[in-house]
Design a protein around this ligand. Structure first.
Ligand SMILES: [Zn+2]
Length: 242
């Protein structure tokens, strides 16, 4: 298969929205890139689709307790990265589907924040031998996000009730899909890897072995950067929306 055309981050890039399933997904997928964006002066906000209420093996912890802990961890991580607002859509963790209701909820946030750039999860279940089977919430959030970006946020006759909320159509210019098999955009994160790691490690409830996690994330950044001559990289599928 031929290589995809390489893309770069669009300029100017004033606002970015990161849309993901669980507190910690944004940092696992893109913390150093988010730090790179905020350091360059962009405003970055988050939309979290689920309540994160199932990510524990501790039989003593309830979903409500876990959701509260994870919201606090997410706020702490966002503060490290200079992220602004966090919108929690609050769908139950583990049961997410790419419904019209979820698509509308994401369109609402796209029209509120009016981002130039969206960072999205991969809606495609990978079968390339990577060790993760793919979380169903990630697939659902990825699909709903891409469907929200195009065409629903852009076209005014989609979800006309949003016009009644004063939310005019919005055209996103670039989408970065994380966790893809064939990336075509590589962000040099040599200068922001450490702050990205500091943010990731705020998710204390999800990271029992911080040393091993840091090693794994660093190794991944090395592997992604190596083919393109970068010491440390995050990598995405970039879609430029015409
Ligand atoms: Zn997740």
């Amino acid at each position: 298969m031929p290589d995809l055309e390489r893309h770069e981050l669009i300029q100017p890039l004033d606002r970015a929205l990161v849309i993901f399933s669980h507190p910690d997904d944004a940092e696992f997928g893109a913390a150093a890139t988010i730090a790179h964006l905020t350091a360059a002066g962009a405003r970055v906000d988050y939309v979290v689709t689920t309540d994160g209420g199932k990510g524990t093996e501790d039989p003593e912890v309830t979903s409500a307790q876990l959701t509260a802990v994870r919201e606090a961890e997410q706020r702490a991580a966002a503060d490290v990265l200079g992220v602004g607002e966090i919108v929690h859509l609050g769908y139950p963790d583990g049961y997410l589907e790419p419904t019209l209701a979820l698509r509308r909820d994401i369109v609402r946030q796209l029209r509120r924040f009016r981002p130039d750039l969206v960072i999205a999860q991969n809606p495609v279940r990978r079968q390339d031998g990577n060790p993760f089977i793919g979380h169903p919430d990630h697939l659902a959030t990825g699909e709903a996000t891409l469907a929200a970006v195009y065409p629903a946020a852009r076209d005014r006759l989609n979800f006309p009730e949003l016009l009644d909320e004063g939310l005019e159509p919005w055209k996103v210019r670039q989408v970065l899909v994380s966790g893809v098999e064939r990336p075509n955009l590589f962000v040099d994160v040599s200068g922001t890897f450490d702050v990205g790691m500091q943010a990731l490690l705020c998710h204390v409830s999800q990271i029992p072995d911080p040393v091993a996690t840091e090693e794994r994330v660093r190794q991944r950044a090395v592997e992604l950067g190596e083919p393109v001559g970068l010491a440390l990289a995050n990598a995405f599928l970039s879609i430029l929306i015409g």
